[in-house]
Ligand binder design. Sequence first.
Ligand code: ACM
Ligand code: ZN
Length: 420
Amino acid sequence: PAGTFYGLQTLRKAIAPDSTRSFNVAYPAAHIYDKPRFPYRGAHFDTARHFFAPDSVKIFIDMLALHNINTFHWHLTDDQGWRIEIKKYPELTRVGSVRGETLTGHHHTSSEYDKTPHGGYYTQKQIREIVKYAADRYITVIPEIELPGHAVAALTSYPWLGCKGEGYEVRRRWGISKEVFCPGKETTFEFIEKVLTEVLALFPSKLIHIGGDECPKTEWEKCPACQARIKQLGIKADGQHSAEQFLQSYVTARVQKFLNDHGRRIIGWDEVLEGELAEGATVMSWRGTEGGIKASAMGFDVIMTPNTYCYFDYYQSEDQDKEPFGIGGFLPWDKVYSYEPLEGLNDSQQKHILGVQANLWTEYVATPEHLEYMLLPRMNALSEVQWCEPENKDIERFKAAMEAESFKIFDILGYNYRKF
Ligand code: ACM
Ligand code: ZN
């Protein structure tokens, strides 16, 4: 069925539509033999930094379907907002889904705020609908519940989840918070397991994303409960990693065991490699390709999503003044197209590269129009990296087809996109 669906997408893209929506065109008789290069073809969408209504999430899914992308990695929780209804913990959405205001300007330089509350969350009913909407398009939704870092919205809702136990506020600015979940307390794990129990009931995906990135250890160093845990476990720093880094490995392993016991597997950002990582985890390489190269050599499955080729929040022009305000970087469509995910990997490593994914972080992306602009046409370029064997890639053919077909389809569908 998925193959039939992809065949229909090929037909959609191969017939040049005209603006009157008339599809009365001559189409040459042909056989098309086609198959994907990678089994995992993903796109990530951060709905925590800015909330996007369910209809926008569905449009995002439509775009994935058009590009034969089969995995939607849904970033649902972060410092600036908790976006998934959890019945056992109503404060997560009552308190944690709203921030008082939002930074304007860049977080490296600005201290101005918009004085406007920002919030929103998905009810479990809406999530079920979205998961079904995706499944109807042969797309698996992988939910991401961030831990142990990027948790300030949860800590604000239930302050006992943090080391200090008080004084938290859903973050109004971007960047990394030193306030993270406290793994010294059993109540934190009870919370995580109860949250995940509801998450598992909503998302049939085998892989569950547990975050793992950007978790400062400064609070753990000072926290009596965390230090007692380190002592109780007999954790010792080695030459490479601090005791607190191993404490994060302990968190990862505990959550991994819980999910494995429930028939699921973890996927985490490449920081989960620091310290120890138990067998069966999948690693998402985002700080370049280094994490993916290392993880695949260690025998872990890998999703390649290096910021250098796959971060769709980066600028699409070197002249930033010509573009909507953004986080930084420079990632034009042709650089995305040029990405070769297996480069530098030996045969056994290559077998562990399940696929490639683009990440769309939304600190500086607040509207559906801007979202579409960041995705298109870079998503088209990415989809050839995900689907085509290298010998079938051809940037001139791609560019011509974009102009002749895809841009017309975007126009008809009403998508905002960046022109070449
Ligand atoms: C990430 O971009 N922090 C995974
Ligand atoms: Zn602690």
